[in-house]
Design a protein around this ligand. Structure first.
Ligand code: CA
Length: 657
């Protein structure tokens, strides 16, 4: 109590010295280039972000509207405190394995007129800003909980800014009323004042090009059972984009659209990654830097590759014999997993699933099984249902999974971002860890620091993924656009289960039916590297594996799924990307050409300077070919590390030692 009173006196003293006039506090990155200025002009908490002398964010709002006070106006800065962060951590399931996070931290305390306190904490590293709010105890009050109705946090970019963003869709829409699930079309280089497609703003992450001054990626991290997921509103002149909470109608209206936090208690982190180029965005670790593991792994979770019958053989393939074919294929390829999709409980039955799992294990393969997250939140009929939505059901189910040797689950159809839903994600992850199960989410939200927070978390769909290539020709045609977008945005903030390096030319069972793939084989092989998830689908099929050139097959057998380092080499969202990832001592350079024109680039590959390397590339398409053929050559990278390469239309390159 004495301590509290001292704080109170101290704040009165500070209030007296700062409170009368507007106050301004700056914090800089360790290299001094990134500057955040926090202010309380006119009683409105705000911030600006400058990089290398250029405004990246003009005056933008801060603040919370809560049931204990309105922390968006009538505020003044009463104190601030700066400190340093220098921490090292290891992470095994994302773009890098060892991080040294160095940042300057600024805590700014704002007071309302009647003395209620909100702290805003900024962590500023060389290319990232992360900030969050903390509600502090109210002097002389028993209040220990608060409801946050809305956030004023805004991102007010300069007028010249264009956008690479994906709209949020309304609740209870789409397949069996399962949306929103982050499965909408991106637009590229659009003006900020374009209206969002569904009038619900945009899903994180949101990529902005600030004219020729640079780039910014806005997202959030550290969202767990203790808060809702958020997104960005539509653009408003003079205010920019504002953090928006879930729609009241999500989950059929069940669960609050607000957030509940304890007092004292904090919100998740809002993050802004900025740079002159896209390199800091592709390479950022800010989603993991400001969060901590929430529990320890119960076992040593194994990364790996999986085969998946459902992608091209669909529901009819969820039978014992077809699954045996995919297990045999996975064994032939040396893969770790087979994913058995929806309907196994009915079409194969639980007793024979135990048998199938035994068969898989005899071949060195573990099964991953699909689940519907439902419940009562949507109409998706796929089974098994009612196994993941309550603690009692999960306990029974996961015990059985462990007993038959299953090593992971894919849980599908979550409709939205309410705190109630975030709690379901966390509960599934935490329960699964007790039974040694890794978790992939589909029909879901984006991860928000989850690779670090939950050691058995693998990845999320949260993207218009490979299934759409089966469903419509339009998505086959758009594959180049999509997969050259995600390295700069969706996959930059967290693992993405795209669901398949697709080696078949036709998207169906057999060789002569289904939509036409437009990308080349090397494009697809390169996506095994550009798309990042620690357990990845390599969508080879029993009916096309024999037709692949031996060098393609050898590459697909050997490709890793975990990375110690990631570097962007070149690229532009929705046009092309060239990136390098290191697995132990081996570098894998992968390039995708998302356009319909050939592209010749001179790329900088310092890791291969003066060395002979393997180059997987496409031949020029011949007149009678649907897809250009591929070639493996040996080439020499010059002593300065430069190499000239050509990527064919919707083609790619892979370079390895
Ligand atoms: Ca989906």
């Amino acid at each position: 109590k004495g301590k509290m009173r001292n704080l109170f006196i101290l704040s009165i003293v500070l209030f007296a010295s700062l409170g009368a006039d507007a106050a301004n506090v700056d914090v800089k990155s360790p290299d001094g280039k990134l500057v955040v200025s926090v202010s309380d002009d006119g009683g409105v908490p705000g911030y600006e972000v400058c990089y290398d002398g250029t405004a990246m964010l003009e005056k933008s709002a801060l603040g919370l509207k809560t049931d204990i006070a309105d922390f968006t106006s009538g505020l003044s800065i009463v104190s601030s405190d700066e400190s340093k962060i220098d921490k090292k951590y290891e992470i095994t399931r994302t773009k890098t394995s060892a991080v040294n996070y160095v940042a300057n931290k600024l805590d700014v305390i704002f007071n309302t007129a009647d003395g209620k306190k909100m702290k805003v904490t900024f962590c500023v590293s060389n290319n990232d800003v992360a900030y969050r709010y903390t509600l502090l105890p109210i002097e002389g009050s028993d209040c220990r909980c608060a409801v946050v109705y809305s956030e004023a946090s805004s991102f007010n970019f300069p007028d010249k800014t264009t956008t690479f963003i994906c709209p949020q869709i309304g609740p209870m829409t789409g397949w069996m009323r399962t949306k929103p699930s982050y499965e909408e079309d991106y637009t590229a280089d659009a003006p900020m004042n374009a209206k969002s497609a569904f009038g619900h703003g945009y899903t994180f992450p949101c990529l902005f090009r600030i004219g020729n001054d640079g780039w910014a990626l806005v997202s959030e991290t550290g969202v767990d059972a203790g808060y809702c997921g958020s997104h960005l509103s539509d653009y408003a002149e003079g205010r920019g984009y504002t953090v928006a909470f879930p729609d009241k109608g999500e989950n059929n209206g069940f669960g609050s659209e607000f957030a509940a936090i304890p007092v004292p208690g904090s919100t998740p982190w809002r993050t802004i990654t900025v740079g002159r180029t896209l390199k800091p965005i592709v390479e950022t670790t800010v989603p993991f830097d400001v969060v901590e593991p929430k529990y320890e792994a119960s076992t040593d979770y194994k990364p790996g590759r999986y085969t998946w019958s459902w992608l091209l053989w669909q529901d009819n393939s969820i039978n014992y014999d077809d699954q045996v074919a995919f297990i045999n294929l996975a064994a032939e390829m040396g893969y770790e997993y087979v994913l058995v999709d929806a309907g196994w409980d009915v079409n194969i039955g639980r007793d024979r699933m135990a048998e199938l799992s035994r068969y898989a294990q005899s071949k060195g393969i573990s099964l991953l099984l699909w689940y519907n997250s439902n419940g009562f939140a949507n109409d998706a009929p796929q089974t098994p249902r009612h196994c993941m939505n309550t603690a009692v059901a999960r306990e029974r189910e996961m015990k059985w999974l462990k007993s038959i040797g299953v090593k992971g689950i894919k849980v599908d159809f979550f409709g939205g971002d309410k705190q109630e839903t975030m709690r379901l994600y966390e509960d599934i992850l935490s329960d699964a860890n007790r039974y040694g199960l890794q978790v992939i989410f589909h029909g879901c939200t984006i991860p928000r620091g989850w690779e670090r927070m939950y050691p058995n978390y693998v990845g999320s769909e949260a993207v218009l993924a490979s299934e759409n290539i089966y469903f419509t020709q339009r998505h086959c045609d758009l594959e180049g656009f999509e997969l050259t977008m995600h390295p700069f945005s969706r996959n930059a903030i967290g693992s993405m289960d795209w669901g398949g390096v697709i080696m078949k030319h036709r998207m169906g069972r057999g060789t002569d039916n289904g939509n036409y793939r437009r990308t080349t084989d090397v494009f697809e092989m390169a996506t095994a590297i550009t798309n990042q998830a620690s357990v990845q689908c390599i969508a080879v099929q029993p009916d096309n594996i024999a037709g692949l050139p031996q060098f393609e097959k050898d590459f697909l057998k050997a490709v890793p799924t975990t990375w110690d380092e990631t570097r962007l080499i070149d690229g532009y969202p929705t046009k092309y990307v060239v990136m390098a990832r290191r697995h132990a001592d081996d570098w894998y350079v992968a390039g995708l050409n998302g356009t319909d024109k050939p592209m010749t680039l001179t790329v900088s590959l310092p890791m291969f300077a003066g060395q002979k390397v393997k180059l997987y590339a496409d031949n020029k398409k011949k007149k009678d070919e649907a897809i250009a053929s591929s070639v493996l050559k040996t080439v020499k990278v010059d002593s300065k590390g430069m190499l000239k390469v050509t990527m064919q239309p919707l083609g790619g390159i892979v370079i390895t030692k």
